[in-house]
Design a binder for this molecule. Structure first.
Ligand SMILES: CC(C)(COP(=O)(O)OP(=O)(O)OC[C@H]1O[C@@H](n2cnc3c(N)ncnc32)[C@H](O)[C@@H]1OP(=O)(O)O)[C@@H](O)C(=O)NCCC(=O)NCCS
Length: 173
């Protein structure tokens, strides 16, 4: 694997997007091995308290999606029992709804399906995140009661909703 600038390793071209059946754009998804905090602005979109990000960033595996610049990132972590967890995923707000989040999920599934049986994610019960995961084929599995109230030092709001419980969604891969 080639090591590029900024501690990134080129994983390969993940997807081709056809637009109007004419233009074909390529996206690269790269693993970030060093300097993960250079993407803190994206990480904070998904998890707004930095010391909570610090809990998984060192041990987690981070990827960035580039399409004429970095547009999205995700961090995954082995949580045991054949389960891989998405700890953080975010797309630059200027580029929501363009398929970058789904492309990262599909990349993760393809890369890890031979080593894991379940991909899971924990999120607040928010209309800005749950529908995205459901569109990507995740289904609700379990809840950790009061996770946000117990672990964050201030109230967390997302999509106009105060987050209280952690909702887990899973997808067999
Ligand atoms: C959640 C997030 C990563 C989605 O990224 P994205 O690049 O905009 O998602 P995509 O464009 O790949 O969307 C995939 C599908 O989900 C749908 N979708 C995405 N967000 C949605 C929402 N809030 N409500 C309904 N559908 C949604 C899209 O319409 C698309 O559907 P389609 O494939 O049928 O057209 C992005 O909204 C984000 O960065 N949010 C802030 C950070 C965050 O909350 N991260 C999750 C923490 S748990």
């Amino acid at each position: 694997m080639m090591n590029g600038r900024n501690g990134q390793s080129l994983i390969g071209i993940a997807h081709l997007i056809k637009e109007n059946n004419i233009e074909v754009r390529t996206m690269d998804i790269k693993e970030v091995k060093e300097g993960k905090k250079q993407y803190l602005n994206l990480l904070l979109l998904a998890d707004e308290q930095e010391n909570m990000i610090d809990r998984y960033l060192t041990n987690g595996t981070m990827y960035v999606l580039e399409d004429d610049g970095v547009k999205a990132e995700c961090v995954v972590l082995d949580v045991g029992g054949g389960v891989l967890e998405i700890k953080n995923i975010a797309t630059d707000p200027q580029f929501h709804g363009k398929g970058y989040g789904r492309a990262l999920i599909e990349f993760i599934i393809k890369k890890y399906k031979s080593d894991y049986s379940i991909l899971q994610v924990g999120t607040g019960d928010s209309p800005s995140t749950i529908p995205f995961y459901e569109k990507c084929g995740f289904i609700r599995s379990h809840i950790i009661k009061n996770f946000f109230a117990d672990n964050y030092d201030h109230p967390i709001y997302d999509g106009g909703v105060k987050l209280i419980d952690m909702i887990y969604l899973r997808k067999n891969i």
